[in-house]
Design a protein around this ligand. Structure first.
Ligand SMILES: [Zn+2]
Length: 346
């Protein structure tokens, strides 16, 4: 073989060796990353509902925030209220209100406007509850609701804006929606009696993006990286604890999808202390990531979906706060009866 061709062969070998070494190196990095993510994620559900090894350290002097899943007070729920509850909107909350009121704060997802304004935009699943439905939320002791969801615009922005006003009058804060983008992304802060400031943010990425609040129009806080960064960074300046609520995922799926996982973990990376999800109408798993809790879906709380067992049960999340930190979160199962009244299952 001539010297020139030996050199060429050598060079080719070297090139291949370098490429191989590079591939192995990149592969190693990716593997390490996967291992690291896995180390940071600790599944706290061994099946869909049961959280293990959690309850022992909840101390009596901690503050308790209760989170519920989807609350929908129209359609079959409204019929049950008028037929069996004499038109009194405390009816759906009767079996759980005492428990909710014992919490320091109670927070839920309000699916649809509470209003007599606007008109049905035409979906067969359009929700708007009677103005007196707000009495039910007051009766059950709700302090704050998320409005960032796919039913916020069922009766136009007029009904949504009217809902802002009615909630405000009732002393119930709302997160995830507003008269403009600034309000929608602004954290709603509640101060506990020891001075701990808890910030609530809510986002949704369901439905058309035209529902996103703009600088000059009413809408929702849209779940994307930019909005999350904006919302969480302003919450960090004002609060000790940041809670993000997400309306996301796929209906009737018992486990979260990749998009939910990446938004949840991004929220924690940006500084969220707790992530609470809704929308799938069924409960999904929870996990701990970087020692923060993520509950992917609490399922239904008050909803008229009697077609399956999974939609007639759900989760309540109890978050315990001590020394300006979330010490732990506990999921408890609820069951919804034929009158759409939730009650603790245990
Ligand atoms: Zn929804």
């Amino acid at each position: 073989m001539e010297l020139k061709s030996i050199l060429e062969l050598n060079l080719r070998y070297k090139g291949m060796l370098i490429l191989l070494a590079f591939t192995v190196f990149v592969g190693f990095l990716l593997f390490q990353k996967a291992v690291n993510v896995r180390k940071e994620v600790e599944a706290i559900y061994s099946d869909r509902y049961i959280l293990r090894n959690y309850a022992s350290s909840a101390k009596l002097n901690s503050y308790k925030i209760i989170f519920t899943g989807d609350i929908m007070l129209d359609r079959g729920v409204e019929t049950a209220i008028s037929e069996y509850g004499g038109g009194d909107y405390s009816f759906p909350f009767l079996k759980i209100a005492d428990y909710l009121k014992r919490a320091d704060l109670t927070v839920g997802n309000l699916e649809g406007a509470i209003s007599d304004k606007g008109y049905n935009v035409g979906s067969i699943y359009s929700f708007r509850s009677e103005p007196k439905a707000i009495k039910g939320l007051e009766f059950a002791g709700f302090d704050l609701v998320s409005l960032a969801n796919n039913h916020a615009f069922d009766y136009t922005s007029a009904a949504l804006e009217d809902t802002f006003v009615r909630l405000q009058k009732a002393g119930i804060k709302y997160a995830g929606a507003g008269w403009d983008k600034e309000e929608a992304l602004s954290p709603k802060i509640i101060e506990l009696s020891d001075g701990t400031r808890v910030a609530f943010l809510a986002f949704s990425n369901l439905g058309p993006k035209t529902w996103e609040a703009k600088d000059d129009s009413t809408g929702l806080a849209w779940l994307d990286r930019e909005s999350l960064e904006e919302g969480i960074s302003s919450a960090r300046r004002e609060a000790d604890i940041i809670i993000t609520m997400f309306h996301w995922g796929e209906e009737y799926q018992s486990f979260s999808n990749d998009s939910q996982k990446s938004f949840a973990r991004l929220a924690v990376d940006l500084g969220a202390d707790l992530v609470v999800g809704h929308h799938p109408h069924v409960a999904q798993e929870a996990e701990r990531y970087k020692s923060k809790y993520i509950a992917y879906s609490l399922g239904n709380f008050i909803f008229d979906q009697s077609f399956s067992e999974e939609t007639m049960e759900g989760l309540i999340l109890e978050a315990f706060i001590e020394n300006k930190e979330i010490k732990q979160a506990v999921a408890r199962k609820i069951e919804i009866n034929e009158f759409y009244q939730p009650a603790l299952a245990d």
